[in-house]
Design a protein around this ligand. Sequence first.
Ligand code: 7TS
Length: 410
Amino acid sequence: MKKIGNLNVEDIRNDFPILKQKINGKDLVYFDNAATTQKPNVVIDTISQYYNSYNANIHRGIHTLAEKATAEYELTRNSVKNLLNAPTLEQIIFTRGVTESINLVARSYGGANLKPNDEVIISTLEHHSNIVPWQLICAEKGAILKIIPINDAGEIIFEEYEKLLNHRTKIVSIVHVSNALGTINPVAEIIQKAHQFGAVVMVDGAQSVSHLDVDVQALDVDFFAFSGHKLYAPTGIGILYGKKHLLEAMPPYQGGGEMIQEVTFEKTTYNELPYKFEAGTPNIADTIALRKGIEYVTAIGKQNIALYEDQLLQYCTSKLSDFQDITLVGTAKHKISVCSFSLAGVHPQDIGMILDSEGIAIRTGHHCTQPLMQRLGLVGTARASFSFYNTLDEIDKMCVAMKKVIKMTK
Ligand code: 7TS
């Protein structure tokens, strides 16, 4: 194993049992980390410990199991608060993931604040989950959705963004890091500009929290969302952070148990933050396990992770550039470790299938960013997205397999 940086990748790989298996007779090479990351033993074990020893509903029981489950669940809120440097625990709301967090803000904040002809700004880089919720609420409220264009490298054109801002702009919702291209957006500047016009800013952090340090106070962001499953934690648990005065003024998103203070048939009063937005029995086991994912990443250190993954990105970029028929898609100056590419005359799906036969898992297609693909004039791309458990040797294996793809398809 070629060594780079000061991560002990061999030790790290031993923490991820799934990586040890063979796929189609070959060692698994998992390059689909932008879709979901694999889980370390501590995360997997935490889930079974919960069901083995203290499964109970939370916030309501006074018995020992319920108290333990509640305490463990609430510890995760504290972990997320520290991860994001949020001012208070009440500003951390548990959701199912980024998708639900954005829908919550669009429905609750957008529903309460958008008026006919108000404007919402998103960008060409957005995942469908940061497009469709805004289309839905804009259609309902008669508001207008505006799109920041990008250049051919896959970077938003900042001057065009500035031109879109005006006194009718109420919400800017922008992806921190593009899942399809890896582009890191200048969110601090985007937020600052939006605030000059009195607009609130939501940042989709699905692809950023696992690679970059995020400080919601330094960014002065109004809403920030991420999903646990892209941060080495389970699926079905995600986060919405919001500024307190905004969350307090927003109506509930869903009604049910836990989110109420008092219910009569005539009138219901709502619980305080964050519970106002957490109706029903939540995903307790996976929330508890999210803390273990955060602790795992924090122990390795985001700086170390960024440094190491950048080496993987540079190596892969240079290796793929040596292929005459391969075009790299997404060449932004500031990128995380995502390598999207296309091969002349070959459908991305065929690349994916041949690589899979070699044990290599990549994502192919439009990556839930169809408008972005339309802008780039592509049906889709092949995308290799790296984690700190990937290696240079694995990138070499993918390049060897790409030679096979070329041979088989030409
Ligand atoms: N936003 C971005 C930027 C994403 O990458 C994703 C998922 C989402 C939102 C939605 O997250 P969810 O956890 O609520 O589903 N991205 C991908 C991907 O790139 N491949 O599969 C899922």
